[in-house]
Design a protein around this ligand. Structure first.
Ligand SMILES: Cc1cc2nc3c(=O)[nH]c(=O)nc-3n(C[C@H](O)[C@H](O)[C@H](O)COP(=O)(O)OP(=O)(O)OC[C@H]3O[C@@H](n4cnc5c(N)ncnc54)[C@H](O)[C@@H]3O)c2cc1C
Length: 391
């Protein structure tokens, strides 16, 4: 058993660290404040091959698999969760649907430019009456000649305002329900009947655009059916397995950055020690214990993320593990940031500080791509399936 990160991935990690420190960190505060990522940064991410990290080179990607994708999410999230969210929606759940279930023509037309960073991708499943209960979607798609006519709206779609291609899930046969009656479609924003609706004002990850998208008699060519008619829900669920792992990696990055902030603060900040002398906060036992607890959590989470990526890259099933990583990772990131903020006192609540932004950003990880309650349902479902009980 060898737990060492292969040399090429260590190199990738170093390159990513340098890139995010030099290019993303200096503008992360503005990305949050101005509520947008700069086009220049998205272009740079694309030019470096980061927006196609896991995909094979023949599809414009970097060929670094799920492990490379997790390293990307971890490193970007250390400095800027908004950009991490854009990347997660673009690679992890948007373009990934095309990679997993697209035909060759669709891969050339949509995956290649997405992987090269020439356009962003998005994943549109959630509807007003279908969040956790994604099987209840009501957007319809009716075949008419060589086209499908889509009607309905999707809400809270990351990259919704900017994507060049959106994977939209719609009901093609109501009687069959989610298993057999839902189909995935590749929709371009220029298609007749497509429009972007409301933009959401969020407490965190404010630099990532989230929108309602509306399809009113939206005409989608039949060649844009992704995968097989009726199997869209399967596409959605298997895509979310990888998406959740990526979010767990993002939580790892966010929590690691909070620990780094705490260590730097404990070194810099002076407090009155037991002998009445002013000394670094690091000498206080409550701070030492916090650092130790967080380090233990991060040690566990890092092994989980890399192990789950390894399972995925070996082609093994990893639904249970990715749900665990997402749930555990976002819980850990939340409690880490909260603890660091408490120790930093007034410095931790200052608007614009990393920890204040981290607090707002990280909260959402427990909600999107399946809330942590839904992850528990997935985990338990997988476990009971092994003993013959379908929940
Ligand atoms: C910032 C952001 C970005 C998003 N991006 C996308 C995107 O790109 N694409 C997309 O399709 N969607 C996206 N979403 C939607 C997201 O996936 C949903 O918000 C999420 O699935 C939860 O759905 P809901 O908000 O409707 O909550 P609800 O389903 O209404 O749940 C509310 C509460 O009830 C709990 N609950 C519900 N059902 C159960 C149950 N059976 N057992 C236990 N507890 C339960 C939930 O855990 C939660 O705590 C995004 C959301 C946010 C906030």
């Amino acid at each position: 058993m060898d737990f060492t990160l292969p040399k090429e991935y260590q190199m990738l990690q170093r390159t990513l660290r340098e890139f995010v420190e030099s290019e993303l960190a200096p503008v992360a505060r503005d990305t949050d404040r101005l509520e947008r990522q700069t086009d220049a940064n998205i272009r740079k991410l694309g030019q470096m091959g980061m927006l196609g990290m896991p995909f094979p080179q023949k599809y414009g990607g970097a060929g670094a698999g799920e492990l490379g994708y997790c390293l990307l999410m971890e490193e970007v999230s250390r400095v800027d969760s908004s950009t991490c969210t854009i990347i997660g929606a673009h690679i992890g759940i948007g373009a990934m649907t095309i990679y997993l279930d697209g035909n060759e023509e669709q891969k050339q037309k949509y995956l290649v430019p997405a992987a090269r960073g020439e356009m962003l991708a998005a994943f549109a499943l959630t509807e007003p009456g279908a969040g956790s209960d994604a099987a209840s979607i009501r957007t319809t798609a009716v075949r008419k000649g060589d086209e499908y006519i889509l009607n309905g709206s999707k809400i809270w779609i990351t990259n919704g305002p900017t994507a060049g291609v959106l994977t939209v899930f719609a009901v093609t046969d109501k009687a069959l329900g989610a298993r057999g009656g839902v189909t995935a479609f590749l929709v371009e924003p220029t298609f007749e009947g497509f429009s972007v609706g409301k933009l959401y004002d969020k407490m965190g990850i404010r630099g990532s655009g989230t929108a309602e998208i509306i399809m009113q008699d939206c005409r989608v060519p039949k060649q844009n059916v992704l995968g097989k008619v009726g199997l869209g829900f399967v596409t959605a669920m298997k895509t979310l397995d990888g998406g959740r792992l990526g979010l767990g990696a993002g939580s790892l990055g966010g929590a690691s950055a909070a620990l780094d902030d705490l260590i730097a603060y404990a070194k810099r900040k002076l407090a009155c020690g037991p002998h009445g002398r002013m000394e670094a906060l690091a000498h206080q036992q409550y701070v030492q214990w916090a650092v130790a607890d967080i380090a233990a959590d991060l040690y566990a989470l890092r092994q989980m993320v890399y192990h789950c990526a390894w399972l995925c890259d070996r082609g093994e099933k990893f639904s249970q593990q990715s749900a665990i990583v997402k749930m555990f990772g976002s819980d850990i990131a939340g409690r880490t940031i909260e603890r660091v903020q408490q120790i930093m006192g007034q410095d931790g609540v200052m608007v614009g500080s990393n920890i204040e932004r981290g607090m707002r950003d990280e909260r959402i990880s427990r909600i999107f791509e399946g809330t942590n309650e839904i992850q528990r349902t997935v985990i338990a479902g997988e476990i009971f399936k092994q003993v013959g009980i379908r929940l």
